[in-house]
Design a protein around this ligand. Structure first.
Ligand SMILES: *Cc1c(COP(=O)(O)O)cnc(C)c1O
Length: 474
């Protein structure tokens, strides 16, 4: 391609992205549901032997790929975990791709490694982890960070024989943890899922009993995975109490803060996350509440040598000739050899906006969710099931002047969500708490306003009344 052609092609893409950011609130967040067959009709063909005009290919993508994607950055995307992202990081990511910067070893791209060291240090500081001894690595996401943590924990606590090892987590822990445990080759019998209490926190006595029982049977309790903000309800496990147990029992404490970790930026979040600094390893997920575009997750550890000792595939006695220990080869810290430069977007956005803007955004999210809770509690048709916690709230449509049984309330809420999704005006799905079907809102997008939420809630109330009439008519 000539310079001019490259530029005009590139400008078109930048224009598309900027316009999308400028107009996203006017679009519907939820993509029209399509079947595999629908999309095969559009896309399925053999790889073409002959070239096609680049503009035509791009037009085809603009027409068929972009509108068939759900916009997790949309202010009315309330479900799962939204991906608010930010424009500066989007461009920084484009730059990293454009220069195809290899972020594996110091010798190849020292500045890339330096950026990762510096931004990881920012994060270590944020969580009161030791900056000198501590370390970390950016991963594809929280799942990979959890996997990396558990490989490290297993090596340090069990060495090569993990046949007697037992790992503990609560029934609210994220599924990626179980996935990681299974990938690592643990058997089902080596996993203890500890029930949570009525506030969805791990039952401490149940945990203690499970550990005692396993020790009596000659097993080796080696790792506990604590939640710092569950995905369902934002709940933080009692971290200090858990850390005490782990210290007494010589158990590795991994804290999964993929959802809630970023709340440390706010005063309220900092209070809720007390004790997080006692973790051996901590997952945070910048592509969630640190407003980064996909993909960037992060694992922090108390001692950087735990990672290099686990993931370096070279004899220890060669380390001294390998170069300066402080000049990190990040391929020695995790699974990937060839890695994109994830640190660039994190670095660029924090430098550009300043941490205070991030703190304000996270605080705004937490406050907004509390405001929503206040509104719901005053209403006669809404029932709060799990209070606003780290920007997550669960509630259900349940008019108090109607005498409805549980199964009717479940059906009502399921159908309200279904109708909202059919309208595609908001992404708003249910979850299950205490066997009840409830509506869940996760409000980590700083562009979501109280008006957005009220608009959606009012629509839901209208749907709720309609569906109730239909149910009664039956
Ligand atoms: C999202 C999430 C994960 C998984 O992270 P990905 O970035 O989706 O891989 C793990 N744990 C918790 C608590 C999460 O919310």
């Amino acid at each position: 391609m000539s310079l001019e052609d490259m530029k005009s092609y590139g400008y078109k893409i930048v224009d598309l992205i900027a316009e999308h950011w400028d107009t996203i609130h006017t679009k519907k967040p939820f993509a029209e549901p399509k079947t595999r067959n629908d999309l095969d009709q559009i896309f399925l063909q053999e790889a073409p032997e002959q070239p096609m005009d680049s503009d035509k290919v791009l037009d085809f993508i603009v027409e068929n790929v972009l509108p068939n994607s759900t916009y997790t950055s949309h202010p009315k995307f309330y479900s799962f975990v939204p991906g608010p992202s930010n424009f500066i990081s989007t461009m920084a990511d484009t730059l990293a791709t454009g220069f195809n910067i290899f972020s594996g070893g110091w010798l190849v791209s020292s500045a890339a490694a330096e950026l990762e060291i510096v931004t990881i240090n920012w994060l270590l500081n944020m969580y009161n982890f030791p900056v000198k001894k501590g370390g970390g690595i950016f991963t594809s996401g929280g799942s990979m960070a959890n996997l990396t943590a558990l490989v490290t924990a297993r090596r340090l606590k069990c060495g090569d024989d993990f046949s007697k090892a037992v790992i503990y987590l609560s029934d609210q822990a994220h599924s990626s943890n179980i996935k990681a445990i299974r990938i690592l080759g643990f058997k089902k019998e080596q996993i203890r899922i500890i029930p949570t209490d009525f506030e969805f926190r791990i039952g401490i006595n149940k945990l203690k009993n499970a550990i005692a029982k396993d020790k009596l049977e000659g097993l080796q309790p080696f790792c506990f995975i604590a939640n710092a903000g569950t995905t369902n309800t934002g709940t933080v496990d009692p971290l200090h109490e858990i850390a005490d147990i782990c210290e007494d029992e010589n158990i590795w404490l991994h804290v999964d803060g993929a959802y809630g970790g970023a709340a440390i930026l706010s005063k309220k979040g900092e209070r809720m996350l007390r004790g997080i600094e006692r973790a051996d390893s901590l997952t945070v997920d910048p592509h969630k509440w640190f407003f980064q575009p996909y993909e960037i997750g992060c694992l922090l550890v108390k001692e950087a040598s735990w990672l290099s000792g686990t993931f370096s595939e070279k004899p220890e006695y060669l380390r001294d000739v390998e170069g300066n220990e402080s000049e990190i080869n990040f391929y020695d810290y995790g699974v990937q050899l060839t890695r994109r430069l994830r640190a660039l977007k994190f670095y660029t956005s924090i430098k550009t906006y300043g941490l205070e803007r991030f703190r304000n955004a996270v605080t705004y999210n937490i406050d907004l969710t509390e405001e929503v809770e206040g509104y719901l509690r005053k209403s006669k048709v809404w029932e709060v099931v799990s209070p606003a916690t780290l920007a997550v709230i669960n509630f259900r449509y349940h008019p108090i002047n109607e005498n409805l049984d549980e199964s009717t309330i479940d059906e009502l809420n399921q159908r309200i969500s279904k109708r909202v999704m059919e309208s595609r005006e908001a992404v708003f799905v249910t979850t299950i708490l205490n066997k009840q079907i409830v509506l869940r809102m996760c409000l980590i997008n700083p562009k979501t306003t109280m008006d957005d939420v009220l608009e959606t809630l009012n629509t839901c109330v209208r749907y709720g009344a309609e569906i109730l009439e239909e149910l009664k008519a039956k």
